[in-house]
Design a binder for this molecule. Structure first.
Ligand code: BGC
Length: 749
């Protein structure tokens, strides 16, 4: 594992990137690159191996070339041993390295040494709003992938959360493009420091699971550039991700893996990408069109591998004169370039990696403990005051539910997953008696709620039916305890890849159970464990204490217990809006989800809080929201400049964060930017900077946030360029999108 590099990205680094681009396909970088504020920066792919690559290609047969361009087993392409070229090996997934899959089917390989550290799911990581933890996350998973002898990690996954129903919401990061890129970049840098290529996914506009294999996304250029592409762009230009996964869906009529605009014009010509495009599994639909558009490696879901489009059909296409061998060489060159860079060829100095190291579990703990969001603490019931507590009722299926596995590629086989109940047992003194009651049962249906095609009900009951015996047990446990903690929410069977949820309703009769428990014991704390928004309005109105946690990795239960007990002061902030009604959220308000053959993104740039704020719709909890056990004040905000800024300037905003409470705590300073007199359509406000800061009780820390003026540009679809509108802007400084504490006005020339 290499050291953190925490640098400022400058134009110089980009120039360096292009200067070494002597390849036959050297491309211009986009001069519009936005300078980032203290962002992690990755190593560009080195072009110094091009001569060796030429020599290798000149010795290959067409069959050997084709073997390097398609899966010849479930998670690898062929090597060419006679030339010293190994297979290119890949592994899922975003929350930890997936168990070993058989070479020719989806069955697990039955290994006994393929355990991994389970890291918090995407929503949890982004809720930390901590870019250094994102780097740590990448570093852990990269080291584990390397130790499993993998070349490519199929992660991170960071499509924008367009609908709260999205099956992969838990796996992705956020609804906001700025937060998205700030988390994505350090994650990738961390992975690639281990000589493993990150495969960023799913490029692009794969924002729903419904009809994901066929849906044609139609959206305007401005929306594409401002909302859906920034994190991908930063992943290429700042993190230098070595591979990109072409998504299942279509964009403007063409499958992403056949989409010349996205794969050639944007990715390579504009952003300067020199690595490989790997298709999502079974997302290639042609040979010549896909290769010419820019797909490099075809991966699939089943044997026979020689029937893949890039297998025998590729060889046939060359022989029939439909595809030049030069074209084939271009793709092989890219694969070899990545292999040299990750030292899979000539591997003497390659990073070794490590797995399930105690340090990795500690890192998972640190991420989890900063991800928990305190939503409500009206009576200061939290942290729990053990002086008054002799007995705790721990209620709910999620108190004992393990969430490492599930969700196809995002499942992790782990030796350690501390559940919330175990976490409490680990942390509470023995004198406190814990009484667990399951309370509700997970039930699934083919037709109701989540569209979980494979899971059926056991008997003639509905998904929301409670078992009276379990309810009685839970109510009795609550009655006989000083405090009741309900662990509710969803799980990795309910939220999953390949299907979107059908509604925001809390499943399994939980709402009714929570009400009954609250009646039995007014000292009830509700802890939701889920990866996506749910309709918690009713519960929110009835309870005074509400906590949100995630599918939170190997140490999730310990981290959660530490938050409940005050060993950790919560500092997580919601990475998306919690809507009151599904119809309030933009894709649903515009009735443009899920579409049928086509999904038109009718809300345009007004995704997430941009919609709620602009349309004045009250959510249950807003984007960026989360409480602490202490209180903070923001004092003396200033930008130290009265003259107008120019486009090449960087705004340096300083603000003093004062911890006005009694315990140490971390706060996230968030800067939203508004332009009320804009000549163009704009969201009411947009996040353009943030920083997490640790402040001791009674102390103050000055936080400095840098916002390059270019970050305020909008995408001008007419001139196809980023344009900074001159005039007055307001910088709104708050600790959530709806709690703005200070405002500053600036002028741009
Ligand atoms: C998913 C990808 C995953 C791949 C391989 C696909 O279904 O969309 O995210 O990496 O399978 O498991």
């Amino acid at each position: 594992m290499k050291n953190n590099i925490f640098t400022f990205l400058s134009f110089a680094s980009l120039a360096a990137f292009t200067a070494c681009g002597e390849s036959p396909e050297a491309a211009e970088s986009n001069p519009e690159t936005v300078e980032q504020n203290e962002i992690f920066q990755g190593e560009p792919l080195s072009m110094k191996y091009e001569n060796e690559i030429d020599s290798l290609i000149s010795q290959m047969t067409l069959e050997e070339k084709s073997g390097m361009l398609h899966g010849t087993s479930m998670f690898a392409t062929s090597g060419i041993p006679r030339l010293g070229i190994p297979e290119l090996t890949m592994a899922d997934g975003p929350l930890g390295v997936r168990e070993e899959i058989s070479r020719d089917s989806w069955a697990n390989a039955g290994w006994e040494n393929d355990f991994a550290t389970y890291l918090p799911a995407g929503g949890g990581l982004s809720a930390t709003w901590n870019v250094e933890l994102a780097h740590t996350f990448g570093n852990v998973i990269g080291a584990e992938a390397r130790d499993r002898n993998k070349d490519v990690l199929l992660a991170p996954a960071f499509n924008i959360i367009r609908t709260p129903l999205g099956g992969r919401t838990y796996e992705y990061f956020t609804e906001d493009p700025f937060l998205n890129k700030q988390i994505t970049v350090p994650y990738i840098v961390g992975v690639q420091e281990n000589d493993v290529a990150a495969c960023i996914k799913h490029y692009a506009v794969n924002n729903q699971e419904t009809n994901r294999g066929t849906v044609d996304v139609q959206l305007d250029d401005r929306t594409l550039r401002e909302i859906y592409l920034p994190a991908f762009e930063a992943a290429i230009k700042d993190a230098h991700a070595y591979s990109v996964m072409g998504a299942y869906n279509k964009l403007r009529g063409d499958y992403l893996n056949e989409n010349e605009y996205m794969l050639q014009d944007v990715l390579r010509d504009e952003w300067g990408f020199k690595g490989i495009v790997i298709s999502d599994w079974n997302a290639i639909h042609s040979t010549v069109k896909a290769l010419k558009a820019g797909a490099d490696v075809e991966m699939g879901t089943n044997a026979p591998f020689d029937e893949y489009f890039f297998a025998q059909p590729l060889i046939d296409s060359v022989q029939a004169g439909k595809l030049s061998e030069e074209e084939v060489n271009k793709h092989v060159r890219r694969v070899l370039r990545v292999m040299y860079n990750i030292k899979s060829i000539d591997s003497t100095s390659r990073a070794k990696g490590s797995r399930n190291a105690e340090q990795h579990f500690e890192d998972a703990y640190n991420i989890a403990s900063e991800s928990v969001v305190l939503l409500k603490n009206d009576n200061n019931a939290l942290p729990l005051n053990l002086d008054n507590i002799k007995g705790v009722a721990v209620i709910g299926d999620n108190a004992t539910k393990k969430n490492a596995l599930g969700g196809f590629g995002a499942g992790v086989k782990t030796k350690r997953e501390v559940t919330p109940l175990e976490g409490l047992k680990n942390r509470l003194p023995e004198s406190v008696q814990i009484n667990h009651a399951q309370g509700y049962l997970e039930r699934y249906s083919k037709t109701e709620k989540a569209k979980l095609g494979d899971i059926t009900l056991d008997g003639p009951v509905t998904i929301d039916e409670l078992d009276p015996k379990l309810v009685e047990e839970a109510v009795n446990a609550a009655k006989n305890a000083d405090v009741a903690i309900i662990f509710a929410g969803s799980n990795r069977d309910y939220e999953t890849e390949a299907s979107d949820r059908a509604s925001l309703d809390l499943p399994f009769g939980q709402e009714e159970l929570i009400e009954k428990v609250m009646e039995a014991n007014p000292n009830t704390i509700v802890v939701m464990i889920a990866g996506a928004p749910f309709d918690i309005e009713n519960i929110d109105q009835k309870t005074s204490t509400l906590v949100w946690s995630w599918f939170n990795g190997s140490e999730g239960g310990n981290a959660l217990a530490d938050v409940l007990l005050g060993n950790v002061n919560p500092s997580g902030k919601l990475p998306w809006t919690m809507p009151k009604n599904l119809e309030d959220s933009p894709a649903h308000a515009t009735k443009s989800f899920p579409g049928n053959e086509t999904a038109t993104y009718d809300e345009g740039i007004l995704v997430g809080y941009r919609w709620f704020d602009t349309k004045n719709i009250e959510p249950i909890y807003p984007f960026g929201y989360g409480l602490s056990y202490t209180s903070f004040a923001f004092n003396n905000p200033e930008v130290g400049k009265e003259e107008a800024y120019t486009e090449s300037d960087t705004i340096t905003l300083n603000v003093e964060v004062q911890n006005t409470g009694e315990v140490d705590g971390k706060e996230v300073v968030q800067v939203y930017v508004s332009k009320s007199d804009s000549q163009i359509e704009r969201a009411n406000q947009e996040l353009k900077g943030f920083k997490k800061v640790d402040v001791g009780a009674g102390s103050s820390e000055t936080v400095s946030i840098e916002i390059p003026v270019k970050e305020l540009a909008y995408y001008n679809a007419d001139s196809k360029s980023w344009t900074v509108e001159p005039g007055a802007y307001t910088l709104k400084i708050g600790n959530s999108s709806r709690n703005i504490l200070e405002e500053l006005n600036i002028e741009i020339e």
